[in-house]
Design a protein around this ligand. Structure first.
Ligand code: WTA
Length: 690
């Protein structure tokens, strides 16, 4: 599947676009006047043509970013048009400066004003089988009433609200209600522990927490209110806790602080005027893991984020108001923010919101949902696909998946086998797959096929080409652009509207984490390679961040959590490849005097991590070791740990540790390997699953 046959030493999409333009000119000129066979000018001729629209758009987006984005922005409704498209004072970008808009108006009101009033906005399916269908007018009513409740509780523009809810309609409703009045929401994934909630709530000094009496997961009730209570005890800024009734279970109650949402709704206003917010006003803060222990509060703006996502979902998914869009992520992650709430609703599409586990009560649950609601666009993670692959195709044969038109993958690299399986068994070889690369920080999809612009040849495992406006490159450690086939670091050279605007309360970290390594360019933290056709292959993280089942988690965060266990003196976290989850967490632990390795201690440490962070922090392996392999200056040789955890040979390790000699690395490896083998023989509890 080669679309460019000539060899191009350093290939940027921009250059390709220029070359194509040139070739097209030549072709027209030559064939008209001299009649020479155009094939000699266009050796790959036919295959180039399908990319014409994309390349023209890409080129104009980089030639004249302001003109390009100004046109895109006009697709939204603004109270006031911007005065300047972009103020770029590296590393700070302000998009659509002077413009005013409102996300809740964009996602709700404007559809109600059009014929979409009675059109479905949300199909909700509870794990226990209940369903709710919200039309745009129902969503309008619910968002307005929720906004009124927030206002009555004293929440106003700029105030922060933490949302800790299961996947129920009140989750998007509360987000849109915040956006309506200019409050800034922080959604906290409902799998996080009390400590993780408290850290986030304290960081943003939230005034209000929204939670539920509980949520269902794999047939069990998760006591969300109880967990939120534990967290709020540690959060002096919280004045009120709004509780949504989901399970009907009895919950602990603090008079004066806790309020049932239902008790407030009767007296709520039916209409709350949406605040005409500055484009640069923060829409939300979302925490994600980095290379230090403390998660980063990624701040997204209103105008830039919405413009970027609105356009991207048309280009990537060809989304339309008649689309039934199902993104299986949890709204607690960025994928859910953009792909469940803001982008599909801004297009007036219908979204699916499913509360529960993918395989509950049977492995057929997801396929039931696709069939039942006629899902047209299905967007999921490679981990989920691999899990289903393992269960065979029998379940699929019982379902009619013919409504599907387009499939998407996100969150981690997709291996070609999983891609092929997805293509064959879910898409029945009819539906293109868009492998979308992006990050919490990028706000929206950055590299992906764009069937909404025009079809491009797909290569299983490659996210293909950057979206218009995204100036992506692969560079070496010195920032020099690499030729095709060479693996390096993925960077973005120009600001784009969806980009994060800051790290909440920590501008220094914002600068340090993203803009200091390659001044003027955004550092993604990912390894990538471009091939001869200019296609991007994103290969995984280049820093100490893991992707476990598509969830992003920092090794430093895990180490900070583990070290608070009383038996541990030192801990280092690494990962090993996992057939389903992509990566699995592995801990190396040294113990305090008086503690010795045992199956019980192993269980206790696992439990401890689950309690401090949540079930996503569950390690697959714990090695008890006498000492950590260290360089002379005391740095842990992480690559040695990784090699031992992944069963790699020491040969692959040489020269990797900056300070240690080859012999030292080998010795450390051999001794660690021996110790870990012994420990393994001692302790038989293996592979605990979350
Ligand atoms: C990884 C999720 C390969 C990558 C939207 C990135 C991917 C991190 C892909 C961000 C993909 C995401 N192919 N890797 N299609 N999509 N990643 O912030 O390592 O949870 O840096 O955002 O996921 O994870 P985050």
């Amino acid at each position: 599947m080669c679309i460019y046959s000539e060899s191009i030493s350093v290939l940027t999409t921009y250059e390709i676009a220029n070359r194509i333009k040139l070739k097209m000119k030549k072709k027209r000129g030559v064939s008209n006047s001299k009649g020479i066979d155009s094939a000699s000018y266009l050796p790959t001729g036919v295959r180039l043509w399908p990319l014409k629209r994309y390349l023209e758009m890409y080129r104009s987006s980089l030639d004249d970013p302001e003109g390009f984005w100004s046109e895109e922005a006009q697709k939204l409704d603004w109270y006031k048009t911007w005065e300047r498209v972009l103020d770029w004072e590296p590393p700070y970008a302000r998009w659509f400066v002077g413009g005013r808009l409102n996300a809740s108006f964009l996602c709700v009101d404007r559809h109600v004003k059009m014929w979409r009033r009675s059109k479905v906005a949300v199909y909700w399916e509870g794990e226990t089988g209940e369903t709710r269908v919200l039309s745009y007018s129902t969503l309008f009513r619910d968002v307005n009433r929720f906004a009124s409740v927030l206002k009555k509780l004293g929440v106003g523009k700029g105030d922060r609200v933490a949302i800790y809810l299961p996947m129920i309609p009140e989750l998007p409703t509360s987000m849109l209600a915040c956006a309506r009045i200019g409050a800034v929401h922080t959604v906290i994934f409902s799998g996080f522990s009390a400590q993780a909630i408290a850290d986030r709530v304290n960081d943003i000094q939230a005034k209000v927490v929204v939670t539920a009496d509980g949520g269902y997961r794999r047939g069990k009730i998760i006591p969300l209110k109880q967990i939120a209570d534990e967290a709020v005890k540690l959060c002096p800024s919280v004045e009120k806790v709004i509780v949504v009734k989901r399970t009907g279970e009895a919950v602990p109650w603090t008079e004066g602080r806790d309020i049932w949402l239902s008790s407030m709704l009767d007296d709520a206003e039916l209409f709350v005027t949406p605040e005409p917010l500055e484009s640069t006003h923060p829409l939300y803060i979302l925490y994600t893991s980095g290379t230090t222990g403390k998660p980063k509060g990624i701040v997204h703006s209103t105008g830039g984020y919405l413009v970027f996502n609105h356009s991207a979902y048309q280009w990537v998914f060809n989304i339309k108001e008649e689309s039934v869009f199902w993104c299986t992520a949890d709204v607690g992650w960025v994928t859910g923010h953009s792909s469940i709430v803001y982008a599909p609703l801004s297009h007036g599409a219908a979204i699916i919101l499913y509360e529960g586990a993918p395989d509950y009560p049977t492995i057929g649950r997801w396929w039931d949902i696709i069939e039942k609601y006629g899902v047209t666009i299905f967007y999921t993670s490679p981990t989920a696909i691999r899990m289903f692959m393992r269960s065979g195709e029998e379940w699929l044969q019982k379902h009619d998946l013919s409504s599907l038109e387009l499939l998407g993958s996100v969150g981690e690299p997709i291996n070609p086998e999983a891609w092929q399986w997805f293509y064959k068994y879910i898409g029945k070889e009819r539906c293109p797959i868009v492998d979308t690369w992006w990050q919490t920080e990028t706000g929206g999809i950055m590299i992906s096929p764009t069937p909404g612009i025009e079809p491009i040849p797909l290569k299983p495992g490659s996210a293909t080409l950057p979206l218009p406006g995204v100036d992506a490159t692969v560079v070496d450690a010195d920032g020099k652009e690499l030729p095709p086939g060479k693996t390096g670091l993925l960077i973005i050279n120009k600001p784009w509207p969806g980009m994060l605007v800051n790290i909440y309360g920590d501008p220094e970290r914002y600068h340090e984490a993203y803009w200091s390594r390659f001044p003027g360019s955004y550092y993604t933290g990912d390894f990538a390679m471009r091939d001869e056709d200019g296609y991007f292959w994103v290969l995984g993280r280049a820093d100490e961040v893991l992707k476990v089942a598509g969830h992003r988690i920092g090794t430093a965060e895990l180490e900070d959590a583990a070290i608070s266990h009383p038996a541990i003196t030192e801990v280092a976290v690494t990962s090993k490849p996992d057939e389903i989850k992509g990566e699995a967490i592995v801990l190396f632990v040294t113990l305090k005097k008086g503690s010795s390795p045992s199956a019980t201690l192993r269980k206790e440490i696992i439990q401890h991590l689950r309690q401090v962070i949540g079930p996503i922090a569950t390690p697959d392996e714990i090695y008890f070791v006498e000492s950590m392999p260290k360089t002379r200056s005391g740095k842990i040789m992480r690559r040695v740990l990784k090699a031992v955890a992944s069963g790699q040979s020491p040969g692959d390790l040489t020269t990797l540790e900056d300070e240690a000699s080859v012999d030292e690395v080998k010795r450390a490896y051999a001794s660690l390997k021996r110790v870990s083998k012994e420990a393994e023989a001692d302790v038989e509890v293996r592979n605990p699953r979350s």
